[in-house]
Write a protein that binds this ligand. Structure first.
Ligand code: N1C
Length: 266
């Protein structure tokens, strides 16, 4: 995979756009972040470093700076196996806030980069290993810490959208997912900004087999984990607003014909 040309310019540009175009009202004089300083903190974590030597603290200063003072109260949204619907539903932070709607992640979402200790520029512009065989943490250095940090900022009620139609032996809640490894274990249990309740929303793709519903199989496991950790838990299968979003792209599915009829009557 090729790396992103213009990484620096894109990151700094996105940072300005985030603060002054997309979310100007959330940006007051007290919490404006210096975009150049933010980029430099990111760069000094990775430049001239060998990719496979990185770990979960490599980007710590970057996240500390980018997310200083941020709390996401009653609007944090997590997902596993449901990227597209979740992001359509969250509405770029209008309805809910996903990791990609935070400044730290928005600046690099979709970009590919990696450091190189031998290159004159300190970056590898041709390729990234992205698969360090002796060090799983290197590949997780950025997004693993991003997920963990985002989970620690979530407060009050939080939401997670799961996929109850997973195939190939996957489950709705599965080990080794970012959600199970980096988010669930890092929800705050104490203090003013603790998580109080976890709402699971379980989706079944129109016209596909229902593999798991709330309270079944891996979702029962999830429920036990959550309640044993002292959080309230609620689970809902196929909330209507999410079905309508899915049907927007699958108008022909049987379930969607029903939605269409209901809409026409309304
Ligand atoms: O492994 P997952 O799901 O449980 O990860 C999802 C979880 C979300 O709640 C996010 O906060 O972890 C965070 N996250 C991302 O924001 C993200 N953007 C892009 C995790 N992974 C992310 N990706 C890519 O999707 C990444 O390459 C990873 O391997 C997949 C994980 O998707 P999943 O299995 O659906």
């Amino acid at each position: 995979n090729g790396t992103t040309c213009g990484l620096k310019e894109i990151m700094i540009g996105r940072c300005y756009e985030y603060q002054f175009v997309k979310y100007p009202s959330a940006t007051n004089q007290h919490n404006i972040k210096n975009c150049t300083a933010l980029y430099e903190t990111f760069e000094s974590a990775v430049r001239y470093k060998s990719h496979c030597n990185m770990n979960m603290s490599t980007y710590k200063d970057y996240f500390d700076l980018a997310l200083a003072g941020v709390h996401v109260i009653n609007r944090a949204m997590f997902w596993s196996g449901t990227y597209a619907v979740t992001h359509a539903y969250s509405g770029s932070g209008l309805n809910y806030i996903t990791l990609e709607d935070t400044l730290a992640a928005a600046m690099v979402n979709g970009l590919v980069w990696c450091g190189n200790e031998n290159h004159t520029e300190g970056f590898d512009f041709n390729s990234c290993p992205n698969n360090c065989k002796d060090n799983r943490w290197a590949d997780l250095a950025f997004w693993g810490l991003a997920s963990k940090t985002f989970a620690q900022l979530a407060a009050g009620e939080i939401f997670v959208i799961l996929n109850g139609s997973q195939l190939h032996g996957r489950s709705a809640f599965r080990n080794n997912s970012y959600f199970s490894d980096f988010e669930l274990p890092n929800f705050r249990r104490h203090g003013e900004y603790r998580v109080t309740k976890i709402n699971a929303l379980v989706l079944h793709s129109p016209d596909e087999k229902v593999m798991e519903r709330c309270g079944e199989k891996s979702l029962r496991l999830l429920e036990d984990l959550i309640t044993n950790n002292g959080f309230e838990y609620a689970c809902k299968d196929d909330p209507e607003e999410l079905i309508l979003i899915m049907c927007g792209n699958q108008w022909e599915a049987r379930e969607c014909q029903i939605a269409r009829r209901v809409l026409r009557q309304a």
